[in-house]
Structures are given as C-alpha cells and as structure tokens.
Write a protein that binds this ligand. Structure first.
Ligand SMILES: Nc1ncnc2c1ncn2[C@@H]1O[C@H](COP(=O)(O)OP(=O)(O)O[C@H]2O[C@H](CO)[C@@H](O)[C@H](O)[C@H]2O)[C@@H](O)[C@H]1O
Length: 493
C-alpha cells in the first residue's frame, strides 16, 4: 500500500462558482458537492473561489491567511472561511470581484472587460497555494474546473520544480476563455509561452487550451462526452489537442446531492413522497399547475423544463414542436433564464396556449424542485450535454426524462425500448438525431406510454431506484487524484 492510500490526500479545487454560495449552472452543483462526497474517500478538499459579493456575504467565519499588496491593480487577501457548509479559500479582491451582475457578465449581459485578469488572478492564486504558499494546506493535487481555472496548470508548469499533480475538468467545451495576445506578460505568462505548445490558441491566449495542454489528467463529466470532445463535431476546435492527449482523458459522471434533491424531505414541495407513495405527486402537480397558471387537470400530461435558455439546450426544437406537443391537452411547465429571443418566444406561447403553457423566466431554486416533483416528464432536448443534472433529479423525483441521446444523457438514461421495458430496466425516453422529427417522435412515444399508467409507473420506480448520488463518482475522483499525485511526485523527485 502506498503512502497516498494511508494519509488523507489534500486537493485544492478551483472553480468560478460553487453551490450554495454562487450558482449560474451545473458547475456550481458539482463544485459544491465534491468536497463532501470526497471526505468519505479520505480526501480533504478545499475549494478556492472568487470573493464575489454573494461569497463575501455568506462567509460565516474567516481568517486572513495571505495578503497581496498588488494583484492586478489592487490589494487582495485570501480568507480561509466557512461558508454555506463548506470550508473554502475565498479570494477577496474587491477591485476584481466586488460588483453587481453575474460572475461573468455585467447586469446588462456583457462580458466583464477584465475577465482575463479576474480569472488569471484566481488561477495564479491557485498555483501559489499549489506550490506550498499556505502552510496550513499543501495540496497534493490542484483540480481546475473549466476555462476560468484553466491557467492554473500552466502557472504551475512555468513555475518549474516540484509541484502538485494537476487535473482539469471540462464541464462545457463551448466556453473556452480566449483573450488578446497583448495581455501575455500582464498575465505573468512567459514570452515563450505563446506557442502551440503553450497557451497560444488561434492567435489568442486560450485559458481552456492552456489547461488542456498542461494538466496531468483531463476529465469531463461523462464517458460519452469524453469521446465526443475528441471528434471535430464535438471538440469545438480543441479535438485535435484532446486526441493527442487521449491517454489521459477520461469521463466521470456527475452525481447529484441526494440530501438537496430528496422528494421525501424536500421543503419546497407541497407534498413529500417516495418510491412507494407516488400518489402524493398529484398534490405537487396541482400546486405546480396553480403556480404557473396551467389548467387544473390531473390527467393532462405535464412536460417540465428546467434549463438555461441557450443554443446548447435545444429548446428551439421544443418551440417548433409545441403545436403537436400540446395538441391533446398536454401542458408545458418551463423554468429558464438566458437567451432573450427564446424567452420572448416562450412568453408569446403563453398567450397562444393559455392554461397549457406556463413559464417563469429567471433563476428560482424552489420552482426547479416543484417542476421536478410535480411534472410528469422532463424534456432535455440538448444538442450536446456534457453530463446534465436535471435528468438525474428527474429520475429521483419520479419524473420521466425525455432526452436527446448525446453526452451524459446517453450514459444516464435507459431508453424504454421493448427489450429494456421487458427486462424491467427502462428509465426514460431517448431520441436521436437531435432533429424536430426525432424529438416529435419521442414526444409521441411519451404520450403512448402515458396512456399505459402501469408501464409509466414502472419507469418511475426504475428511475427512483437508480443510484444518482455521488458515492461512485467520488470513488473514481479519489482514484484519479491518487494516481495523479503519485505520478507528479515521482516526476519531480
Ligand atoms: N432557471 C433556473 N432556476 C433554477 N435552477 C436552474 C435554472 N436553470 C438551471 N437550473 C439548475 O442548474 C443546474 C443545471 O445543470 P446542468 O448540468 O443541467 O446544466 P449546465 O449546462 O448549467 O451545466 C454544465 O456543467 C454541468 C456540470 O458538470 C454538466 O452536467 C452540464 O452537462 C454542463 O452543460 C441544475 O441544478 C438545474 O436544476
């Protein structure tokens, strides 16, 4: 048994958002769940996050563990803090993070003009901690998430000498963080780094590219997406680099936090329920219909959507198919935020189909739970989906996922084809390719299944019996960290 199996492994996780402190999407859920999930694997994970206003507000107790006189034009501190039930390092740099809007964009929706500096700073601080800058926590592995932390492996590489192992996780390859080349020295990157074997990417500084180039291990959030991003169709320009690093690329499925997403204890639901008491869902369905202005019809098949409104999520397909989806009295309950055009189109559909389409635009945690607990089927027609979390929540809440067969949706849902139904293992409905016709076909299958309530219930129960928690993924991450730490230490010793 190696030393790494015996003593706790220290891992620094670097992410631009973390649930329950600050969340714009699934990355926050994963970053927030990992530290707790890994504790049972003998891994001590500390997360480093930027000190946005929401983060500073949620700090319950804090100690200043490091000060910078100048970090990209202002003073900064690292706080070792407790917040939202997590142990964190918070980078308190008001000139970079103390502003309204989301972590990435202004209140008007424009990228913050200094995003390069804001997230380079996060990565530089991660590298400083990785190199032993904080005596109280010396990481064996630095785990960077997405482009915002992508420079961390690069800074660690250019520091030279002994360093921790590095892991880069891709939650969405569509977001790559490209910035002008003239920023190179300002971002404290060596002149020689602006090459194809460094941080250069199509004439820019590529934050995600840098992470993919320098990390010891690359993961993404499902095995199928790990394959897809190595193809020209799925790699969005980075597939060539990923193919050259294929041996260190793997996919680890996400889980969901089973305490946050538990229909038996969920405080947001009108009625709590479990696998043996599915009847109680009808109370939630009625409450959802009332909240969103849908007709109070217990027999209407209610399709739910909980999603960012973006090209990725394929909701334009749903708009196109609305007439047939709603033709026989079915209903749509949608919660989403993002693209203004999609929002306008769904808003208009509420007047065209009063009582059949109910939407809320914005971010609403409680409504997300109510849609999972009160609708009958959850639509996820994504064009690509690295893992997807809402279909996992749906399974846990007895909502039948109807999903595109891509990425993690392909890996987590078992399609109700005849064989799977006969074997008693089906959990949802998949369609492929991602076209209006195939989506329409899947909706028709859902309606046929809905008329056979016994089969519908069997699918619900199968979904509710599926393990969608973090236990298995946490084991995979722990294993990965141990190999990564061992190889980094043997490379530098
Ligand atoms: N308007 C709203 N109000 C309240 N809650 C809302 C909401 N819109 C979305 N949510 C919640 O945000 C999360 C979305 O997570 P997803 O994994 O489905 O997508 P996302 O594309 O953001 O994440 C990316 O990262 C994750 C994590 O790796 C991958 O699973 C995914 O495939 C990838 O695209 C869910 O917890 C959902 O309930």
């Amino acid at each position: 048994m190696s030393g790494y199996e015996m003593r706790p492994l220290n891992v620094l996780s670097v992410a631009s958002e973390i649930y329950p402190i600050i969340k714009t999407g699934g990355l926050a859920d994963v970053a927030g769940a990992l530290p707790r999930a890994l504790a049972s694997q003998n891994v001590r994970m500390m997360a480093l996050i930027p000190g946005y206003p929401a983060a500073m507000r949620s700090v319950e107790s804090a100690e200043v563990v490091h000060r910078y006189d100048g970090l990209y034009g202002g003073t900064a501190r690292i706080l070792s803090a407790k917040a939202g039930g997590l142990e964190l390092f918070v980078l308190d740099a008001p000139h970079l993070y103390d502003r309204p809007g989301s972590p990435y964009v202004t209140p008007e929706g424009w990228d913050w003009p200094d995003n390069a500096q804001r997230f380079a700073a996060l990565s530089e601080v991660a590298a400083m901690i990785g190199l032993g800058g904080l005596p109280e926590f010396q990481p064996d592995v630095v785990h960077a998430h997405d482009w915002q932390a992508g420079l961390a492996p690069a800074y660690l590489h250019y520091a030279g000498g002994r360093r921790p192992g590095t892991v880069l996780t891709v939650h969405n390859i569509a977001f790559q963080g490209g910035f002008p080349a003239y920023l190179l020295s300002y971002l404290n990157l060596p002149a020689g780094s602006f090459t194809i074997d460094g941080v250069e990417y199509y004439g820019q500084i590529g934050f995600l590219k840098a992470g993919l180039h320098f990390a010891d291990r690359i993961t993404t959030v499902s095995p199928t997406y790990a394959v897809e991003i190595q193809t020209p169709e799925g790699g969005m320009g980075l597939d060539g680099l990923l193919r050259t690093r294929s041996g260190i690329v793997s996919g680890i499925l996400n889980g969901i936090d089973e305490t946050v997403w538990d229909p038996a204890t969920d405080p947001h639901l009108a009625a709590r329920f479990d696998r043996a008491g599915l009847e109680a869902r009808s109370v939630n369905k009625a409450a959802l219909q009332e909240r969103l202005g849908l007709s109070p019809d217990p027999d209407a098949l209610v399709f739910g959507v909980v999603s960012r409104l973006s090209e990725q999520k394929g909701l334009d397909l749903l708009l196109g198919e609305l007439p047939s989806l709603l033709a026989d009295g079915a209903q749509l309950a949608l919660l989403g935020a993002g693209d203004r055009g999609l929002e306008a189109a769904f808003r208009a559909s509420m007047s065209v189909y009063p009582g059949q389409v109910g939407c809320f635009f914005g971010y609403d945690e409680a409504l997300a739970h109510q849609i999972q607990g009160g609708s009958d089927a959850l639509l996820v027609p994504s064009r690509f989906e690295p893992c997807g979390l809402t279909q996992l929540c749906a399974m846990r809440y007895g909502t039948i996922p109807l999903v595109a067969r891509v990425g993690g949706l392909a890996d987590t849902i078992i399609d109700a084809n005849e064989m799977a139904v006969a074997a008693g293992v089906a959990t949802g409905i998949q369609f492929s390719p991602v076209t209006p016709a195939a989506f329409g076909g899947a909706v028709a299958r859902a309606k046929t299944l809905w008329r056979d309530r016994d089969s519908w219930k069997r699918l619900q129960r199968n979904g509710m019996g599926t393990d969608v928690g973090w236990t298995q993924p946490a084991k995979r991450y722990a294993e990965l960290y141990r190999t990564c730490a061992a190889s980094a230490s043997s490379a530098t010793s």
